[in-house]
Design a protein around this ligand. Structure first.
Ligand SMILES: *[C@@H]1O[C@H](CO)[C@@H](O)[C@H](O)[C@H]1NC(C)=O
Length: 240
């Protein structure tokens, strides 16, 4: 039971080219109830198997276009998952339910995708990283009420140190005074880690012309100072 959520048999192929311009990754893993198969590039998903919706998902945004994974990629992921879960059972017996490594998330960050303008659609992002095993659950509340509509979470992405990161998103429209909270559940946590985002009046504070006026005045005064200084320097030299 305590191994239930454990993502095991992580066969993780990481190829970094010589000058490390790009890093390509394939990850396959499973627990008793869950699994993952994903191809990624430079920290972004390219393709993953959605085992709940029984299909492969092309993850990149539309403007990049599809990576055109070959026919049968999803079916292959399913058979790999079955094999993984089979191996998990065998290993568990063989190793007498070896102790699980649990690492709590090292950081939870909450921020908005776009600069906040009251009444303009935006997306709240709750980024969780540094945990093991995958996955985390992320839930959202608005002013203390649970919200599920407009929220989504991506699949776990491996960090270089073997821990995972995951990002949950919530579509929202900023209104002054609204308080949002993302709560992160993980196997290694006794209670959820939470982060709060408050829509306050600083949200749309337009820097306006203030800074440029101050900068202009300061620069002018500085130049005048240099000119006056030079003038007196020359005058001084003439006198002596
Ligand atoms: C995440 O939520 C599911 C469904 O509510 C639950 O079964 C699972 O134990 C949760 N996982 C964690 C890590 O809290």
């Amino acid at each position: 039971m305590k191994m239930k959520e454990l993502l095991l048999f992580l066969s993780c192929v990481l190829c970094v080219n010589a000058d490390a311009l790009h890093s390509d990754i394939t990850i396959a893993g499973c627990s008793d109830s869950d699994g993952e198969k994903m191809y990624g590039l430079d920290g972004e998903e390219k393709w993953y198997a959605d085992f709940n919706k029984h299909t492969g998902v092309d993850a990149p945004p539309d403007f990049i276009g599809s990576f055109n994974y070959q026919e049968g990629a999803y079916e292959q992921a399913v058979s790999e998952l079955q094999l993984c879960q089979q191996n998990l059972k065998t290993v568990r017996v063989g190793m007498k339910d070896f102790p699980a490594k649990h690492i709590v998330p090292s950081a939870v960050m909450i921020y908005t995708r776009d600069e906040v303008e009251f009444g303009e659609k935006n997306t709240l992002i709750c980024h969780v990283t540094g945990f093991y095993p995958a996955p985390v659950n992320v839930s959202w509340t608005k002013n203390g009420q649970k919200v599920t509509e407009g929220s989504s979470i991506n699949i776990p992405y491996p960090n270089k140190d073997g821990t995972f990161k995951q990002t949950s998103r919530l579509d929202f429209t900023p209104q002054l005074g609204d308080i949002y909270r993302c709560a992160v559940e993980h196997l290694a946590l006794t209670q959820p880690l939470t982060k709060i985002y408050e829509v306050d009046s600083s949200a749309h504070s337009d820097p306006g012309v203030g800074p440029s006026v101050f900068c202009g005045v300061g620069l002018t005064l500085g130049l005048v100072g240099v000119a006056v200084g030079t003038f007196f320097l020359i005058k001084g030299n003439e006198c002596s």
